[in-house]
Write a protein that binds this ligand. Sequence first.
Ligand code: ZN
Length: 463
Amino acid sequence: MRLSFHGADRDVTGSCHLLEVAGKRVLIDCGMLQGSRELDAENAAPFGFDPKAVDVMLLTHAHLDHCGRLPLLYRQGFRGEVIATAATRELARLVIADAAHLQDEEMRRRARLNERHGGNRPAPTPLYTLVDATDSIGLFKRAAEYGQPIAVAPGITATYYDAGHILGSASILVEADDGGTRKSVLFSGDIGNSGRPLLPPPSTPAQADYVLIESTYGDRAHRPIDQSIAELLQTIAATFARGGNVVIPTFALERAQEILYILHRAVAANQLPPSMKVFLDSPMAISAVDVFEHYLKNLQPPIVAMIKSGEDPFGLPGLRRTRDRADSMAINTVTGGAVIMAGSGMCTGGRIRHHLRHNLSRPEASVVFVGYAGAGTPARAIINGAKSIPLFGEDVPVRASVHTLNGFSAHADQPELVAWHAGIHGKRRTFIVHGEVPAMNALAPLLRDTTVEIPQLHSAYDL
Ligand SMILES: [Zn+2]
């Protein structure tokens, strides 16, 4: 059995691992590298294996940094099956189509720029097209159910465990017959942060020979979510009192729905005015709400009960879901008293950049970060106290008050990662992936009863 690492190695995005066993090549995730623009070239770099030779892909969850290079894999010849939970399949459809659209827009923009500069640069090529995206989505066939082994190939099974990270997310246990010996490898995917309102806490198998563990927050502990909820509500009230808007850069999956649910509960409890305007300015987040309502069985019991009784846990009297660009632009005229949620979460693109342009320089406004902000992104710069941020060719000064509420994180923190790992017995070797190097180094000495490795990109291990 051979395990090789082709993404999210000493890095926090681009998850991609290849397991070769029982004569088959099984790929676990095929994610996009995210962050600053310079990563464009890295996404187009060779995978480090032959896509045509991959037999099957197992997808842990629908975040772009886990599924975003699937259309590229398809473009380069992969025609095997993709196995994921049904909810992941639905959400991955949205995420992959959105990524293809964004690339299409970006290529058009670059082509226009090129033309304006005399047209003597080579025409830009996208990583993949809308057609590649649609065709690759056609590779999703069977859906995995949590806790039920699914046959991947003769001698290989995969069992998906609810990772509690986003709807449909899984840690995947691959068990294979390796020349007469049964061996197992657990791929953590992204591990959820316990105690969040929508999803159950992460679950794991009791035993695995080899473990890959994510380490996004391997070096820190989150504040309790209740504290972050209280801070969010206080920030909204204080910002409205001084006549400003609250701008929340949100990831379209999970975080947007979670914030809506928290606002719904706060309005129901008279902690916020029912008349308050809330804009969900993200077509993907709007579509994802529908997927959530369709996969009730994956949510926490109070949400299920609410939906069954006809109450919309993601609804608010003053909620506007703005799909169209014109409706989105109309938000620019609202100068106060609104909560505006838009993507992208790290402010690298999308509608949030327009809302920052209109609110960031206003001292009465607030910007609230509720998720991970990668190095080199505008979100990280604002959090780190940048005096101004370049947006649409101008430097926009940061005068709004800035809040970082990490209790909403969809990722386990250091104590939770250690507890997750401790719950798995028999592990001979543990590979730390999906994190920045300081986080990996902080986590490594805390992982007990195992040999710890921090693999390099494209390294391989015979197990
Ligand atoms: Zn994720």
